[in-house]
Design a protein around this ligand. Sequence first.
Ligand code: PMV
Length: 317
Amino acid sequence: MKVATAVAHPNIALVKYWGKRYIQLNLPAVSSVSLGIAEWSTTTTVRWGAPQDEVWFGGVPAIPDFAGRVLRHLDRIDAARPPCRVETTNDFPTGAGLASSSSGFAALTLAGLAAAGRDLTQRETSALARRGSGSACRSIPGGWAVWRRGNEADGSDSVAEPIEASWDVRLVIAVVDPAPKAVGSTQGMARSQATSPLWRAWLRTSEDDVAAAMAAIEARDLEALGLVCEQSTHKMFATMFTAVPPLIYWQPATVAVLREVLALRAAGISAWATMDAGPQVKVLCAASDAARVAEALAPLVSRTMIASPGGPARVLP
Ligand code: PMV
C-alpha cells in the first residue's frame, strides 16, 4: 500500500515521564504509566511516494519546525524513502500540555509503516514511535499502559506495553489555557535534569511509583492509584520549580483547580490531579463522580471535558 491513514488517542501519564537517559534515542530516565483518552484523537495520512516532501497540519501547510520533525520521523522508517506527503489533524488543542505529541507521533508511526508496506510487532512499533516523542510509545498500545525505561543501549526494551485492565475510570480535563506552551518538554526535561537539586530524588523514587501504580490498577484501588498519581506529578513539578531558571508552567487558575481537587476529596469525592508541561489539570476520578468534579472545576477554567479510557492506535481499513 502506498497511502495509509492511522488514528491514535493521546495518553495522560499517571506516573510521569520526565528526563532522558539518552536523548538521541529518546530513552527515558524513568518508567511511566498512562491512560489513553477515547474522546480525543489524531488522524494522519501518509502518502509514500509524492512529487515532493509535504506536511499539512489541520488543513494548512505545517510550520517548518513541525514539518521537519515529521519528515525526520519518516526517515527512521526508511532512510532511503521517497518524497512523502503527510496530512495530520487533531480534534483537540495542540502543544498545550494536552499530550498532542503522544497521539501525533503514534498515528504518524503507524500510518508511515503501513504506507511503506512494513509490518512490525506492537513492541517494535512502540519503540519507533518513542523516537518521535517519548510519550507516543504509550499511545501505540493505548488504554492503560506501562512504559519501562529499559536497559538496552539500542532502546529495544524501552517500549510501552498494555496493562490488561478494563477499569472504567474518568479523567476530567480542566483546560486553563489552550495556547501552546513556551518551553517544550525536551528542553524542560534537560533543564530539570541539569540544574535541579531534587533530580536525584525524582530518579530514586520513580520506579517505586510505577510499581505502586501497577499494583493499584491490578487491585482496582482508585485511592491508591490517585495518591501515587498526584504525588508523581508534584515531584515532577518540584524538579521544574527548582531548575535554573525555574520552569513555571502553572497559571493562577491551575492553583485554583489543584485546591478545588483537595476540597472535593475532603468532601468525600474521588479526585486526584495530574498535570503535564502546561497549565492544564487532569483529574482522575470514579465514573460516578466525574460530572460532580467537572461541575466544580468549570467556573475556574476555560473548558472542562470528561474523558474515558481509549483504545490502541490503529490503521484505518
Ligand atoms: O513525550 P514528550 O516528550 O512530550 O514528554 C511528555 C512529558 C510529560 O507529558 C510531562 C509527562 C508524560 O509522561 O507524558
